[in-house]
Every structure is written in C-alpha cells, then in structure tokens.
Design a protein around this ligand. Structure first.
Ligand code: UFG
Length: 328
C-alpha cells in the first residue's frame, strides 16, 4: 500500500500544475496549492487545499512551512513566453529566478527538501544535434531559457552546500488535456500551436499563422516533440518517489523522442476535428530552432517512466475535447 504524503504544488492553477494536482489526488496524496492566480485559474483545481499567495513572498512561505511539514514541493509557477522574455527580461529574472531563490532558501531554512522543478528544452538553445540528451550543452538563446538554466545551477549548488535534493524536469512541448476534458490548456494569451490551431477550427480566431515554411526540415516547418501533459505528470510523481528513495539531484529531458512538424500537427488537427485549419503564412518567429526532439532514455531508465499517450492524434484528440467545452 502506498503511503499518502503531503505535497505543496506551487502554480497548481496553471496548465501543467492543475493536471499535476489531479494526478497527485488520484495517487492518494494530500495536496496544498499555492498560486497567486496571476496566470492560473482557480476553477482549474479539481481538489486539494488552495492558498492564494505569491511564492516569492518569504512571509507567505514562512507561514505555510511553519504550519505544516511537506514531503515534497512541485514548482510550476513561472513566466513562459520566450518573446516576452526578450522584451522584458527584468520581469523574467525577477519572477523565475529571484522568487525561486527565495523559495529554495526558505525551504532550506525550514528543512524542507524534495523539490521538483519545471525546466524546459529552452535551456539547450539552438541544438547541436537531435535527439537531445542530458549531456547536450546548455546554451540558452533567450532570457526565458536562461532563467530556467540559472535555477538549475542554483539547485545543483543548493544540494552541494545544503543537501536540498531536487529533480529538474525539462519539458519539450507539453500538449493535450485531461482525457475526461475536465481541465486542459488555458493560457492567457495563448501562444501554443495546438490550442491556437483548434481555436482557428472553431472560428474563435481567423487563422493560424504558420511561422516559417523554409526551415531545413522535410516540409519546411519546425519540428517539435509533443508530450502529453498527463505523461509529464506521471514523470513528476516518479521523480518524487525517486527523491523519497534517496535519489541524487538530477535533471531529466522529457519528451516522446518523436518529432512532428507544424504541418504534421495541422494534419493531425484536421484528422481529429474533421475540418481543415484556416492558415496564413507568417515570418519566422525569432529564436525558434528548426528541430527540438528529446532523448528521454535517462528518465525512462532511472524513473521507470513510460509515456501512456505517445500518439500525436491522441494528444490532439484530448486537446480538442477540452477546447470544445472550456470556459471563455
Ligand atoms: N507555431 C506556429 N504558429 C503559432 C504558434 C506556434 O507556427 O501560432 C509553431 C512554432 O514556430 C513552433 C511550433 O509551432 O515551431 C510550436 O510552437 P509553440 O509555441 O507551441 O511551442 P514552442 O516550441 O515555441 O515552445 C515550447 C514551450 C516553451 C519552451 C520552448 C523551448 O512551450 O515553454 O518549447 O524552445 F520555451
């Protein structure tokens, strides 16, 4: 029988965080969510205790950590838009780095360990080769990727000096939704390919802009590794168990190891919805590498992780079910 643990989910009202709360509750754990609702939605929570507050506010954390012990902390709260991070890096370094430093320093002071940190493929910058494994150099090409890289370095040093053990999970392209369509992707503004394509099919947007058709890929559009949000959550749960079993601080790349082009995603959207996506060609988006595909062999071997929804059409189908019933 599995023992129920007390888990803090920071940013639990966001896209991946809310799916994580569902996954933890399904696994029988007790969940406390800390979220300031700056980008998340209160009604994305399927359960757990909700605390409204800023994870970068030491007084909020002191109060939370002195009231109850936590067996693990999952940290999803961050700003995620690459383009915005180039225009306003101060905001990104402040939220993603400075606030996270406050978080881990306060965890250290209260003797709380076992942190799972949401990192990104953007820490690799322009890939030297694909698939990308954990040995690939980390050379971020935008402030967003740099903020995540900096936190990874802080986590390494906090383990060395203070014994705060953590796992950084580098997501490639998180996609899909709860198979029962209770929750799903809900960014404001939305910038991600699959929800934008589905919204174009539903007529909620005039057209999907295809950012570049002359990349050095077979059909000229960018290739990404789409990974189902519930599969990402499974990896988080396994990463927590890894830390509870004494695992060392580490970073894992998480993807399916299969690349799909923008055009292939649009074809999958048409297969699933039965309607073509209205598209318009647009210039390349700055900082978009041609191809990002994960080598997730280390996570599979170390955590025993295996994605349940590796098929792109299943990912798109779940996103479609959600998109049709989501609140506006
Ligand atoms: N795309 C379009 N049109 C759009 C939106 C996206 O053509 O309207 C293309 C992009 O150019 C890219 C692909 O679709 O080739 C996927 O784009 P997303 O914005 O959905 O995702 P990204 O690959 O840009 O971003 C993901 C994560 C980021 C992370 C990044 C790493 O969402 O958090 O990978 O580079 F930083």
């Amino acid at each position: 029988m599995k023992i129920s643990k007390n888990i803090l989910v920071i940013g639990g009202c966001g896209y991946i965080g809310s799916h994580m709360v569902k996954c933890l509750l399904d696994a029988g754990h007790k969940v406390v969510v800390l979220d300031d609702l700056s980008t998340g939605f209160r009604d994305s929570l399927l359960g757990g205790e909700f605390i409204a507050g800023d994870f970068g506010n030491r007084a909020v954390l002191d109060d939370l950590f002195s009231r109850q012990p936590f067996d693990g902390v999952l940290h999803f709260a961050s700003l995620i838009q690459v383009g915005e991070s180039v225009i306003d890096p101060a905001r990104y370094y402040s939220c993603n780095v400075a606030k996270t430093l406050t978080l881990i320093d306060t965890m250290k002071q209260h003797g709380i360990g076992n942190l799972i940190f949401s990192s990104t493929a953007a820490v690799f910058g322009e890939p030297e080769q694909v698939p990308i494994d954990e040995k690939h150099p980390r050379l971020p090409i935008n402030p967003y990727g740099m903020t995540k890289h900096m936190v990874e370095i802080m986590l390494r040093d906090f383990d060395r000096a203070y014994g705060l053990r953590s796992v950084a999970l580098r997501y490639f392209n998180a996609a899909g939704a709860d198979p029962d369509a209770r929750i799903g992707e809900r960014h404001q503004p939305e910038t991600h390919l699959i929800p934008l394509a589905l919204q174009a099919v539903l007529g909620r947007r005039p057209a999907l802009s295809v950012f570049g058709r002359d990349y050095p890929t077979p059909d000229g559009t960018c290739i990404r590794d789409y990974i189902h949000v519930d599969d990402l959550c499974d990896a988080h749960l396994l990463a927590l168990e890894y830390l509870w079993n004494g695992g060392a601080t580490i970073a894992f790349n998480l993807g399916n190891g299969a690349g799909f082009s923008v055009q292939q995603v649009l074809d999958a959207v048409m297969d699933v919805t039965g309607a073509p996506v209205p598209v318009q060609n647009a210039p390349k988006r700055e900082g978009d590498p041609a191809r990002l595909v994960a080598d997730a062999a280390l996570a599979k071997a170390t955590l025993g992780w295996s994605p349940r929804y590796a098929d792109l059409k299943t990912i798109v189908r779940h996103a479609w079910q959600w998109e049709q019933r989501r609140p506006h």
